[in-house]
Design a protein around this ligand. Structure first.
Ligand code: SF4
Length: 689
């Protein structure tokens, strides 16, 4: 009789950094659906509404099946050999005429670790350019920079399973109901049930915020003022963990000096949070033995994003709330591989395994592993938005983009189409035709999750495997494409990889002894153990779920306080633009919607961006229910539907960022340290249409 093989492949949802485990089901080699993976790490099989439909992207009818090349102004289908030749010829011609740095690479934090690693290597060894950066530059980099400055390492320090052991949880600028719907809200519920308290610091209260929580609805871009005020109260009440500060940190006195100007009255004046609430927050944090601090893009996507995070870290350090159970300050990464995406060398200032591209020692280590002279490795390049600026100025003429969609995601997006049209050569690799791909000279079909083996590193710093369930729809996976491109660019000998496992083997070796050590993590261990937390320096090492139990990662083992002097944003509200627009996620969509907008289950839940306005503001502006409004900023004017929301500050508006129109409003203002754009503070006006 006929035997049809039925298989179930354990993998992880591609739509956020929680990486919930799921099973892709196949019959006779065809994908038929997805099921639960009950034994999966952290989430135990739970999925949100978005993750529940994830499998539908893999064989979606709109997937690109063939490469496209531009002919007479149109993108037309072609075969792989022709397309890859065109890709390589374009970059080689630009390199010949304008030098190596006239080509650039923009990559993505949703790619597997293996592809991240290959994209960085491709930029440096095959294209030879210094300009390679990734879309996490618009997302997690302020947290990464602050963590590196304070602790000497860039990883969430405490596993999320510890949240429920905390007495107090402080949630800062994290839209948990939309962005981390599994595990985290439930853990908060357990904390509440055992009598613990939740403090929420956010201009807007998401659905996860309960009545009994202490909500500090601060004015946008006043995060460091509030944190300094809390630090001052903690010090004045004798709640500083003196022994911890003395034995394990440096710089406390300077940090406290900078905070002392911020009396509760002064903090209330700037943040709009009543001084009693500031005292109450300080008391809860100051008296609790175990506190977890969770921050996301709220404090980070600001012109002072890095300093904002450092001001929070000061509070956690002053209380000794790190390095022990139920304690820690964790950044909640956003993208699927938000953590691994910033570890493996696709950042302009970084070589693989967190190495510094400007450190002679790190350069020598990577050069040795790659079998090249250190002088061959380019120096530090420009960041994502800066690369787009270089394109605008004609300094970058060739751009290879993978897993990022500049036209939707970049701030001041109204200028991006013309910017992309300035390029002589734009190559886009993506599973679906994105808005940015419409400007390409060549589009190569990318693979989706479930089509290639690899690893990702979760929000917690846990390395997990994502396995192939079905072959790539367009016959070539991304690793295959990168290998063939490298060969055409004359660097074939450095790219002899056919599988994710082979790339991972090289990454392990390259990481040995480095700041981010994966060397003890084997491909098989990842399957058997359900993931391993780095650092893991030996095969018999259990991995490191909890960081900093004895030492921080700075050479002297101590954490660093930083004196934070709060500054107003470079452009503030005025008479013409009196309100502040802030952006964030909705549950239904992922990033620029390139992976979700064609899937009915996602699109039905959120078909359009809707502006949230406080009812008092709506009344004052004569907004009419059901009638669209016009929103204007210095960058542009757009029309949106709106809805009243009582849980947002009257001076603040919220709109989800997944649609191209939204970033026509935001500005290209960057944090000077992390180079993140200030998405969370745009002065706007709103009027009935
Ligand atoms: Fe889990 Fe995030 Fe996927 Fe939802 S989107 S199922 S929370 S990984």
């Amino acid at each position: 009789g006929l035997v049809i093989s039925v298989a179930s492949t354990h993998t992880h949802c591609p739509y956020c950094a929680l990486n919930c485990g799921l099973a892709l089901e196949t019959e006779g080699g065809e994908l038929t659906g997805q099921g639960r993976w009950k034994g999966s790490p952290l989430t135990g099989g739970a999925l949100c509404a978005k993750g529940a439909a994830a499998w539908q992207q893999v064989r979606h009818r709109d997937r690109l099946r063939l490469p496209l090349v531009r002919e007479g102004g149109r993108l037309v289908e072609t075969d792989w050999e022709t397309a890859l030749d065109r890709v390589a010829e374009g970059f080689l011609r630009i390199r010949e005429a304008h030098g190596v740095d006239a080509n650039a690479v923009l990559s993505g934090g949703s790619l597997t670790n293996e592809k991240v690693y290959l994209m960085g290597k491709l930029a440096r060894l095959a294209l030879g350019t210094r300009h390679v950066d990734y879309n996490g530059r618009m997302c997690m980099v302020s947290a990464g920079a602050a963590n590196t400055m304070a602790f000497g390492m860039d990883r969430a320090m405490t596993p999320l399973s510890e949240i429920e052991r905390a007495d107090v949880v402080v949630v800062v600028g994290a839209n948990l109901s939309a962005a981390y719907p599994v595990v985290v809200p439930k853990a908060l519920e357990r904390v509440r049930r055992k009598g613990g308290r939740i403090i929420v610091i956010d201009p807007r209260a998401g659905r996860f915020v309960a009545d009994e929580d202490l909500h500090l609805a601060l004015a946008p871009a006043t995060d460091a003022v509030l944190a300094n005020g809390i630090l001052r109260e903690i010090a004045r009440n004798g709640w500083v963990d003196e022994a911890f500060v003395r034995d394990r940190t440096v710089g406390f006195d300077d940090a406290l000096d900078a905070a002392m100007a911020w009396t509760p009255t002064e903090v209330e004046r700037v943040t709009g949070v009543h001084e009693d609430r500031i005292r109450e927050a300080a008391r809860l944090i100051g008296r609790a033995d175990r506190v977890m601090y969770l921050h996301a893009r709220g404090p980070e996507q600001q012109a002072a994003g890095t300093m904002n995070v450092l001001s929070l870290i000061n509070v956690a350090l002053a209380r000794g709330h790190v390095g022990r159970p139920g304690c820690g300050i964790d950044m909640l990464t956003g993208q699927r591989n938000g953590q691994g995406g910033r570890e493996w060398g696709q950042r302009c200032n970084q070589l693989p395994a967190g190495r510094d591209i400007e450190s002679p020692e790190h350069r020598a280590e990577v050069a040795a592993a790659w079998g090249v002279d250190p002088a061959v490795l380019p120096g530090r390049g420009r960041t994502y938005i800066e690369i787009l600026d270089m394109v605008e100025r004609g300094e970058v003429r060739g751009l290879l983009s993978i897993s990022t969609n500049m036209r939707v995601s970049a701030p001041d997006s109204g200028r991006v189409p013309a910017t992309l049209d300035r390029l002589d050569h734009l190559v886009v690799i993506d599973p679906f035709l994105s808005e940015s791909a419409e400007h390409a000279t060549v589009v190569l079909p990318g693979s989706t999750f479930g089509e290639e083996d690899g690893t990702v590193t979760t929000i917690e710093g846990r390395v997990v495997r994502v396995d192939q369930a079905v072959p790539p729809l367009a016959r070539r996976g991304d690793i295959d494409v990168i290998r063939n491109l490298a060969r055409r660019l004359g660097a074939g000998e450095h790219f002899r990889f056919f599988t994710g496992a082979e790339v991972f083997e090289e990454m392990r070796a390259v990481s040995r002894g480095g700041p981010i050590d994966y060397s003890g993590i084997t491909w098989d261990r990842l399957r058997d153990d359900g993931g391993v937390f780095w650092p893991c320096p030996a095969e018999d090492h259990p991995g490191t779920p909890q960081l900093y139990t004895e030492r921080f990662a700075h050479p002297d083992g101590r954490a660093r306080f930083h004196a934070v002097v709060p500054e107003a944003p470079p452009v503030v509200v005025d008479e013409r633009h009196p309100l502040v627009l802030t952006t964030g996620r909705v549950l239904a969509h992922y990033l620029s919607r390139n992976q979700t907008r064609r899937i009915e289950a996602h699109e039905r839940l959120a078909p359009a961006p809707i502006l949230e306005v406080h009812p008092a503001t709506a009344a004052a502006l004569d907004l009419v229910e059901g009638q669209p409004v016009q929103v204007e900023s210095r960058q542009g004017t757009i029309v949106l539907d709106w809805v009243a929301n009582e849980r947002i500050r009257p001076d603040t508006l919220f709109v989800p960022y997944h649609w191209e129109v939204v970033n026509r409003l935001t500005a290209s203002l960057l944090d000077p340290i992390s180079k993140i754009p200030a998405f969370k503070y745009t002065p706007v006006s709103v009027a009935p249409l």
